[in-house]
Design a protein around this ligand. Sequence first.
Ligand code: CA
Length: 232
Amino acid sequence: MARVLVVEDEPAIAELIAIHLRHAGFEVALAAAADQAQAAITAALPDLVLLDWMLPGGASGLDLVRRWRADIRSRELPVILLTARAQEQDKIAGLDAGADDYLVKPFSPGELLARMRAVLRRRAPLASDAVVEVAGLALDPTTRRVRRGDTECRLGPTEFKLLHYLLTYPEHVHSRAQLLDRVWGDHVFIEERTVDVHIKRLREALLPLHCAQLIETVRGVGYRFTLSAPPV
Ligand code: CA
């Protein structure tokens, strides 16, 4: 279930958006001011942010996008800007600041959801239902099945998300802090050792599929899903 942070200071609009998103299967958190939005992002990265341009609390939506884009942790965070400003130069300013998309109020719930799905497909494949297949290993988010050839294995929910993330970025090395952010959604309150525990469980679960060795430990850095297994 994708987690969406809705940053909107008008309670009626925020509630209406939240109702439509929850109905569409999203998990919704609300922030009514810029400082609240920043606190939410600092605590845990959502899968997507719907961000009002004009906000109380010291910074505009545009300021927030610029700040998030400048921080390595939130650089890839999917953001859709919501605003009543329909001028072309405002749209250009919003997109140039780093927003993935721009929606002018009033907008229909249908268009909002379609644009969110498009941004998630592009930016946050972990929140999408597409099957991922790497090195013969296929992971299906809809059925929650993992198989290689005719062999299937069962994974716990955390191991499933972890494998989904690693398969989505093969050969990329991820630090434990990055994995906590992207897989657990929290790098502040969870200990980095937690990652090691779940990597160990994931490798054990993958043994019958003969690909446990593809989850590689990169000394001093973290983990990666490698396409060329190291010598055993
Ligand atoms: Ca506003």
